[in-house]
Structure formats: C-alpha cells, structure tokens
Design a protein around this ligand. Structure first.
Ligand SMILES: Cc1cc2nc3c(=O)[nH]c(=O)nc-3n(C[C@H](O)[C@H](O)[C@H](O)COP(=O)(O)OP(=O)(O)OC[C@H]3O[C@@H](n4cnc5c(N)ncnc54)[C@H](O)[C@@H]3O)c2cc1C
Ligand SMILES: NC(=O)C1=CN([C@@H]2O[C@H](COP(=O)(O)OP(=O)(O)OC[C@H]3O[C@@H](n4cnc5c(N)ncnc54)[C@H](O)[C@@H]3O)[C@@H](O)[C@H]2O)C=CC1
Length: 490
C-alpha cells in the first residue's frame, strides 16, 4: 500500500473534525472511554473550546463555563489524543480518509463531523455587511462599532437581541420580519415585557450571571491558520468582556422597523447615481444604505446581518452521498449517524432527523452542541464495541437557560407552542419590570414554558412537563403568585 508509507498519512480509530463545543466534547468522550484508542481532533481554528464547571441545574437544565484555550490543554489531559490544526479539504468515505488543506491524509475507523456553521449573510461580498460568529468577527465588529454613529441590524434571533441591548453610543436601526421582537425565543407578550428596556438607559451591570459564562483566553495569540480560517462559534456572554460602544454620547437609541425585509443594499455612489433615491439631508454621506421593504431607506456605517447560520458541510460533500436536510445540515439519525457509513455528525453542522420526542426540538445552541457531541462520542464507542445504546434522556425535553436584556430567560419544551397549531392554551403572569411567566398547556397538560426573571419556577415546571400530570383541576391557580407552587405539587 503506497499511501501508508507516506509520513503524512496516519490512521486513527476515531477522527473528529472541529474544535468547537460539539467536537471537543465528542473527543473527550472518545479519548476517555477507550484509552487504548488513537483519537485525532482536526480543527481549522487556532483554539479549541472547553467546557468547565459543568453543573446540572435540574434534571435537564444545565449551566457551564466555556473557555477558549490552546489545544495543548486537551492533549495533556488525554495521552491518546492528537490535535491537528488544519482545515479538512475533502472526505473520501469509500477509503475512510480525510485530506487536510496542507496535504495530509488521515484514515479513520469512525469519523464525527462537528464543523459548526457560519453566518448566513444577506450578501457575501460587501465589506460593510458583517456577521458575528467567532472571536475574530466579534473583534472586527467591536473595532468598526467604535467609530460608528449608526448601524443597521437585520434579523430577530439571538444575536440581534443581544446586540440591540448591548450596543451603546450608536444609533441602531433594527429591521425585523416579524410583528414582535425576539420571535425565535419568545412570543409577543414577552416582547412587550422587554421593549421598555430598549427605551431606557442601561442599568449598571450588577446582577450575577445566571447562565453559562463564556471566556476567551486573552493571552492566546490568534496564530496558526490565519484570518481566513473560521474559529468556533461564540457563545454565552461573549459580549461581557468587550466594550460595545459607538462614537456617540448616547446610551440606547434603537429605531425598530417591524415586518420588513431588506429590499436592496447600496453604496453612496450608487445612491448619488440614482436620482429617484433620497434619504433626507444626509443623502450620500454614509458608506452604505439599506432600503427596506416598508419603503424606508437608512444610511449607516455598516450593517450587521444577524440572520441565522448555515451548516459548514461543503468540504465533506464532494463525491459522497450525504443526505442533507432542508436547512442544509447533515441529516443524523438517533445514533448521530449520517447517511454515510461510519460517519457521525454533531452540533450546528447536523440536523436531527430522528422522530423527536413531542417536547423537544433542535435549535442551534451551545447546550445542544455539547449534548450532541457527548452522545455522538458514546454512540461511536458503543458501535465500535458492538454494544447497544439508547437515545439519551437530554433529547426528551427541550431546555435552555440564557439571558436577554439582563434578564434570566428559561425556555422549556414547546415554549412557543411550536407545532401545536390551535390545539393549546396559554397561561400568563406578568409583573412589569420583574418577571414574565408563560405556560403552554395542551389537553390540560403542561408542554412548554417561558420564564423571564428570577421566577424560581424552572424545576417545578420541568417536572410538571416531564410527568405530564393533568393540570385541569388547578386552572389559573397554577400561576397564582400567592401559592408556593413547589409545595403545591409535593
Ligand atoms: C455571537 C453568538 C452568540 C451565541 N450565544 C449563544 C448563547 O448565549 N447560548 C447558546 O446556547 N448558544 C449560543 N450561540 C450558539 C452556539 O455558540 C453554537 O450553537 C455552538 O457553539 C455550536 O458549536 P459547534 O461545536 O457545533 O460549532 P462551532 O463552535 O462553530 O465549531 C466548529 C469548529 O469546526 C472547525 N471547522 C469548521 N470547518 C472545518 C474544516 N473544514 N476542517 C476542520 N475544522 C473545521 C472550526 O474551526 C470550529 O473549531 C451563539 C452563537 C454566536 C455566534
Ligand atoms: N442567548 C442565546 O441563546 C443566543 C443564541 N444564539 C445562537 O447563535 C446562532 C446565530 O444567531 P442568529 O444569527 O441570531 O440566528 P437565529 O437563527 O437565532 O435568528 C435568525 C433571525 O434572522 C431572521 N432572518 C433570516 N433571514 C432573514 C432575512 N433574509 N432578512 C431578515 N431577517 C432574516 C430570522 O427570521 C430570525 O429572526 C443561532 O443558532 C442562535 O440560536 C446567538 C445569540 C444568543
């Protein structure tokens, strides 16, 4: 075998691609479960993500810190692990090999693709349209913001929600398709609860962090693969350590544009050459203009396209027959296996295509990347040892703890009545400035909840959702603030 004589070739029992949360968690499982197995982590970025201080808050809610650190930390911990810093260029499922950008070829018995996603930008080739994904793109955003007087943020998901609240000293025009803010995470009622915070000055940061904390190791140099290689996705609290301040002396100034999309993006030259376009007295003075479908046009320093992610699948597709989901993710079954033999996938790159529990849905989140990476590792080991394995309990109920507008936010199950049609009812309790509690009931049973603020209800509600108790007899008493619900259901 000519190939095997090449020193640039080596075969491992397990190869994992991607040094984000999914890949690192997967590798940790593999390396610790079979210490005699050779494990390789191939990653394009210079750093890896490590989960630390993992804490199970309740049966399914979890909290942890995340550190961006040099890969040597992992290699010191697991002597059977080799970390290779290079981008995978192609995959040959027939020969069970991957080829990296620097011409090395690595064989595998079992492979897990954890290459994450990248921002789905409104336009790819405009330097004034930015996406935020990794440390480099966040730093670029911060640098551009420091000189900016007005930015346009497009999108209504996690990144947009965080930015419009965090950015100070710069006018933010926020363009959303929907009738209410934050519709990927909650409903119009919760949006009403949060909106006043956009209009007020930001309070001093005092409240303790109630969700996974994200840290970046400052001393770690941005070396190795260079600026074109994307690093891992940022995550919880990515903006805590950096100042998101523009060039103006204002706290918040957010101008919301509801129910609209971007019609056209053009430069000041294009604007001046198009006499029918006018945008008021500032005509032509901004580097970029955004025309919205509601007829308004805004000039700004730059646009943030916070419009979701696309899975990083390209290097793996050529000459293979992966089944792809509608969102572009690699389809995986209930053992995290793709449609190609011995190839698994986890995290943002994959789409969970097994028959989901009625109370779970996939969202491209930090916690799910960790859970999928962990479970994929366990499945790979079980299959290698020909042992049976069942779908992990964490996929029974969707659960997410995060923080928006400085409030703790807990989402459980079908928190927005997803997929329930008209077949559900809502109970809501709201105390302005303090808390917002929404319960989704279907057939008298709790199937989801949104908890904003320090409600202390998450554990009880999680139990009520898991045990599917008939709550009809309790009616609206369920949310009566004068009843200690924990005692009630003891
Ligand atoms: C700004 C921001 C804020 C967020 N905030 C939260 C939050 O508060 N809570 C939450 O739950 N989630 C949050 N998320 C989402 C969360 O960060 C992601 O869902 C999660 O990190 C995905 O992990 P992953 O391991 O699948 O992918 P990634 O972290 O994207 O890692 C992919 C890895 O693969 C490598 N790679 C890619 N292509 C190749 C290749 N061809 N060859 C080799 N290596 C490759 C990359 O270098 C990277 O190391 C946020 C995301 C962003 C961008
Ligand atoms: N606290 C948290 O849990 C956070 C989670 N994240 C995660 O990071 C990832 C990236 O975040 P986002 O980019 O905010 O993605 P997202 O998937 O959360 O939201 C994308 C938003 O963009 C909108 N959109 C899509 N195409 C559009 C278009 N052409 N024009 C206008 N609007 C459009 C969608 O309607 C949606 O509101 C997501 O997976 C998200 O869940 C990000 C930040 C915080």
């Amino acid at each position: 075998n000519e190939g095997m004589a090449n020193p640039k070739e080596k075969t491992f029992s397990f190869v994992v691609v991607g040094g984000g949360i999914a890949g690192v968690t997967c590798v940790e499982q593999l390396a610790s479960q079979i210490p005699s197995a050779d494990v390789a982590l191939i990653t394009a970025g210079p750093h890896i993500k490590a989960v630390t201080n993992y804490k199970q808050v309740s049966k399914l809610l979890e909290e942890f810190d995340v550190e961006e650190c040099p890969s040597s930390v992992l290699e010191e911990k697991f002597h059977n692990l080799t970390v290779i810093h290079s981008a995978v260029k192609s995959l040959h499922t027939q020969s069970h090999t991957v080829e990296t950008a620097d011409g090395c070829v690595f064989g595998y018995e079992k492979l897990c693709i954890c290459s994450g996603g990248r921002p789905k930008l409104l336009t790819q080739d405009n330097p004034n349209v930015l996406g935020i994904r990794d440390t480099d793109s966040a730093q670029e955003f911060q640098k551009r913001l420091s000189k900016a007087k007005r930015i346009v943020v497009v999108g209504n998901g996690g990144i947009a929600l965080e930015l419009v609240y965090e950015v100070e000293g710069c006018e933010v025009v926020w363009a959303i398709k929907d009738k209410a803010i934050g519709n990927t995470f909650f409903d119009a009622g919760a949006a009403q609860f949060l909106i006043p915070l956009l209009e007020a000055d930001k309070p001093e940061r005092a409240s303790p962090c109630k969700r996974p904390r994200y840290t970046t190791e400052e001393s770690a140099p941005s070396c190795g693969s260079g600026p074109t290689e994307a690093g891992s996705a940022l995550g919880p609290d990515w903006h805590e350590g950096i100042v998101l301040r523009g060039a103006e002396q204002v706290s918040h100034r957010v101008l919301l544009q509801y129910q609209c999309e971007v019609e056209k993006i053009f430069t000041s030259e294009e604007l001046l050459n198009s006499p029918q376009q006018t945008v008021g007295p500032e005509n032509g003075s901004w580097p970029i203009y955004v025309q919205l479908t509601n007829g308004n046009t805004f000039g700004c320093d730059f646009v943030v396209s916070a419009t979701g992610v696309v899975p990083n699948t390209e290097p793996f597709l050529h000459s293979n027959k992966f089944a792809l989901a509608d969102d572009g993710g690699l389809q995986v079954d209930d053992h995290m296996m793709t449609s190609e033999q011995d190839v698994y996938a986890a995290g943002d790159v994959c789409t969970a295509c097994w028959e989901h529990s009625p109370l779970w849905q996939q969202m491209r989140l930090w916690t799910q990347a960790r859970q999928m990476g962990w479970y994929a590792g366990r499945c790979m080991v079980a299959h290698l040892l020909s042992e049976p394995i069942e779908l992990d309990f964490c996929f029974e109920l969707f659960s997410h703890i995060t923080k928006f507008f400085s409030y703790k936010v807990v989402l459980l199950g079908k928190f927005n009545g997803q997929g329930l049609g008209p077949n559900h009812e809502l109970l809501v309790r709201c105390t302005k400035g303090q808390e917002y509690v929404k319960v989704v009931l279907s057939g008298g049973r709790m199937v989801g909840a949104v908890l904003i603020g320090e409600t202390d209800l998450e554990e009880t509600f999680e139990n009520l959702i898991l045990n599917q108790m008939d709550l009809t007899p309790y009616g609206e008493e369920l949310l009566n603030p004068n009843i200690d619900i924990e005692d009630y259901f003891d």
